[in-house]
Design a protein around this ligand. Structure first.
Ligand code: IFM
Length: 452
């Protein structure tokens, strides 16, 4: 028996421009920081790039047919800033805008609701070169200009916009530890990028609303329940949990919903806090229409000096077998859906939430990860959706779920070798094959009694 959701609950799938589009230098597209970063030796595990990826720049009509076969209600994708504004601002690449317009048109023709992410980490290289990306406040203004341009072109047909995807990851992996583009390793830069992204979000919300009053605008945050590494924690472990939670989760939630960053966190991070952030907080806390949540797994914190002032750091995989999920193993924590939802209900005013990402590589061994008969993935989705259903029963206002990813994408520093799709992609031939999980998801959507 499939979980049952209300009539207005959306089932979708998600992707992002650099991870699928390819066409990296076609029809006037400018260079992005990922175009540069992937060419640096040793940065991408399998040495691949997103130059071609799934080539959706050319194949989008094929992919929309597949979405249709899967009976998706909605599709979340991102627009590439440098495809539209090759230098990040100034001259517009009309062909880039036209590409997205055609994509939107085809989605609507197939009754699939487009959700557009405006920034999914692929900063135009020119802005990084001249401004250090979101390291500079000016970039927040450029981003708002870009958002306006997209709304001018697409806002008559697209109503759902996500300003930023996972600002924590972009700031942390891109500017603090250098595992993502642009590859900076600078704690000071981390804080600036985190803050200026949120400022860019706030400015973009205002700019978009000034053009149209009929948009639903939100932001997507990655969210992690945080547990102590030690199953029986001591006080230092508990402090690490709290600090990791403030750093990774609450900094962004509090900025957006409360207009201030957590005091306790600021007290620890003071050596890297730039001057003059207070004046930006009202802009950051613009009212929004929904919170996008990317939820995959929990994290385990312990006292480490990895980030000196913070005195904490986290592991992804569980560190004690007692934490493992009986079926999904070390990475599975479906209960986290409910834990996060409770927090939003009780502490952030029970906002409208979309789960804008959740998904997995087929849990199992390395050889199994490309399987078409990905039955473990089906179990994974089923468990997470059941927990999400319970969260709704407990009173949460969750209105949609987007599986990550629609198809096997370029998975950042893991390259093309990290398949998470409902659709298998052979990146050499561009052959697509719907996995068992894709058919299962289709049947789940079709089984919704409320829709019949
Ligand atoms: O592929 C990424 C996506 O770009 C952002 N959220 C997590 C996904 C899986 O790692």
């Amino acid at each position: 028996m499939f979980s049952q959701f209300d009539k207005d609950f959306l089932f979708g799938a998600a992707t992002a421009a650099y991870q699928i589009e390819g066409g990296y230098n076609e029809d006037g597209k400018g260079t992005s920081i990922w175009d540069v970063f992937t060419r640096k030796k040793g940065k991408i595990r399998d040495g691949s790039t997103g130059d071609i990826a799934c080539d959706t720049y050319h194949n989008y009509l094929t992919d929309i047919k597949l979405m249709n076969q899967l009976k998706l209600d909605a599709y979340r994708f991102s627009v590439s800033w440098s495809r539209i504004l090759p230098e990040g601002r100034g001259d517009v690449n009309q062909k880039g805008l036209d590409y997205y317009s055609a994509l939107v048109e085809a989605l609507l023709d197939n009754n699939i609701r487009p959700f557009i992410t405006l920034y999914h980490w692929d900063m135009p290289y020119a802005i990084y070169r001249d401004r250090k990306g979101f390291g500079d406040k000016e970039t927040a203004k450029y981003f708002a200009e870009f958002a306006q341009l997209v709304v001018k072109k697409l806002g008559d047909r697209v109503k759902d916009f996500i300003t930023l995807n996972e600002p924590w990851e972009h700031a942390f992996f891109g500017h603090f530890i250098g595992e993502h583009a642009p590859g900076e390793k600078n704690p000071r830069q981390y804080f600036r990028v985190a803050h200026n992204q949120l400022l860019g979000h706030g400015l973009a919300v205002g700019a978009m609303r000034s053009l149209r009053s009929d948009l639903n605008i939100g932001i997507t945050l990655s969210q992690f329940p945080i547990y102590p590494s030690r199953y029986e924690p001591n006080d230092k472990d508990l402090d690490s949990v709290e600090m990791a939670d403030l750093f990774i989760n609450r900094f962004y939630l509090d900025g957006i919903y409360k207009g201030k960053y957590p005091e306790k966190l600021l007290n620890r991070l003071w050596p890297i806090i730039p001057k003059g952030i207070d004046g930006d907080m009202t802009t950051i806390a613009q009212p929004i229409d929904f919170l996008g949540v990317n939820y995959y797994n929990r994290l385990f914190a312990s006292r480490k000096w990895y980030i000196p002032f913070l005195k904490t750091w986290v592991d992804r995989g569980s560190v004690d077998p007692r934490y493992d999920h009986p079926i999904l193993g070390t990475q599975g924590y479906p209960e986290g859906m409910k834990e996060l939802a409770k927090r939003y209900r009780e502490e952030y005013g029970n906002p409208l939430v979309y789960i804008t990402e959740n998904g997995t590589v087929e849990p199992g061994n390395e050889i199994e990860k490309w399987r078409i008969d990905d039955n473990k993935r089906i179990q994974y989705i089923d468990y997470y959706l059941r927990s999400l259903r319970e969260a709704i029963t407990e009173g949460s206002n969750i209105k949609g779920y987007f599986y990550w990813a629609l198809m096997d994408t370029f998975e950042w520093s893991s390259g093309l070798d990290c398949p998470m799709g409902l659709i298998h992609v052979n990146h050499k031939t561009q052959q697509r094959t719907i996995r068992n999980s894709g058919y299962w998801y289709r049947d789940l959507i079709a089984s919704q009694i409320s829709r019949r």
